[in-house]
Design a protein around this ligand. Structure first.
Ligand code: DC
Length: 224
């Protein structure tokens, strides 16, 4: 039997990766893996254990000892850190801001790359992140790069916050998004890149079902 099928979905924050990746995984019965949540979990652990973001060695030792588990399907996805459900805690603003430091330490990325690659031993997967097609699975059978204008991504985030009862300022949100993009694209280790063998989809002006159908049709072409 050949290798398990991997759909790698990369793209900037707010491009719709998570929503789309989950729906595709559900439609195909694949395992969904949110790699951003893994970087977030280690950042949360660093904050809890008061390890400074400048202490690369301390953070690496911490990452080696960490137990990260992902579980769930049909919109109920859960991430456990050292046996505790941290699905909500990893979304805190402090974690979102700190993750860039943890994610730029190479030995930490290597620990997570290994965990991410191991999922393929037993499962067909839909994996989303920034470096899935470039680093984790350069041999993925289908690579997708999801994008949208910063304005559109800011609007989505604004609406999402409003749904949670939080009033945001759309200009501030857009500025934050542009700053995060810059960091993701400029960092020396595993920057966010558009690969020549990835299918580029600009989701600005597309609905979620339209994006999902597009990727499912690419999948059916490739899996023949
Ligand atoms: O997708 P997200 O917003 O949950 O990602 C959180 C952070 O982790 C973000 O700063 C980018 C980083 N990340 C990364 O460096 N590599 C990945 N494969 C996924 C996320």
């Amino acid at each position: 039997m050949g290798k398990k099928f991997v759909i790698a979905i990369d793209g900037p924050a707010g491009s719709g990766k998570s929503t789309v990746a989950k729906l595709i995984a559900e439609r195909l019965g694949f395992l969904y893996v949110d790699t951003g949540a893994m970087y977030r979990a280690l950042t949360l652990k660093a904050i809890n254990e008061k390890i400074p973001f400048s202490d690369a060695e301390g953070l690496t030792a911490m990452a080696r000892a960490a137990k990260i588990e992902l579980s769930g399907k049909f919109s109920k996805y859960t991430i456990f850190l050292d046996g505790k459900n941290v699905s909500d805690a990893v979304r805190a603003e402090e974690v979102s801001k700190g993750t860039q430091f943890v994610a730029s330490i190479l030995p930490i990325r290597e620990i997570l790359w290994k965990m991410q690659r191991d999922f393929r031993d037993n499962h067909d997967i839909v994996m989303e992140g920034r470096d899935i097609g470039s680093k984790v699975f350069p041999d993925a059978q289908l690579k997708v790069f999801l994008d949208a204008t910063a304005k559109e991504r800011a609007k989505r985030r604004y609406l999402q916050l409003r749904e949670m009862g939080i009033d945001g300022n759309i200009e501030d949100i857009e500025r934050d998004i542009l700053q995060r993009d810059e960091k993701d694209r400029q960092r020396s280790i595993s920057p966010l890149v558009k690969l020549s063998d990835a299918v580029y989809i600009d989701t600005t002006g597309l609905t979620i079902p339209q994006v999902v159908e597009k990727i499912l049709s690419l999948y059916s072409d490739r899996s023949r």
